[in-house]
Design a protein around this ligand. Sequence first.
Ligand code: SF4
Ligand code: F3S
Length: 106
Amino acid sequence: TYVVTENCIRCKYTDCVEVCPVDCFHEGPNFLVIDPVECIDCSLCAPECPADAIYADDQLPPGQAHFLELNAELAEVWPVIAEARLPLGEADHWVDRGEKLQYLER
Ligand code: SF4
Ligand code: F3S
């Protein structure tokens, strides 16, 4: 499966959802996750993310391994998002700032 990692938090650009052929992105208040059961590993979403937040589960960057479980957990409770929306208002301010897990809203 592919995994949305920390740099999506407080950005949520949503370019990723436009290209997913199986609509497996789920949306929370300030983060998106991928449903690992639905993801077909097509890899289309990763290059679309302006925040470079999406990785294959076997290529997660250092310190991001726990996002695999977090995606699976939140995909079960958050609704599907199938169309792009406007990014969060301060997305460009928060992108690449690191240490964003503390801001995750559920
Ligand atoms: Fe969707 Fe493909 Fe990305 Fe999986 S890898 S989330 S199927 S676009
Ligand atoms: Fe998040 Fe990147 Fe998609 S910031 S919403 S994973 S385009």
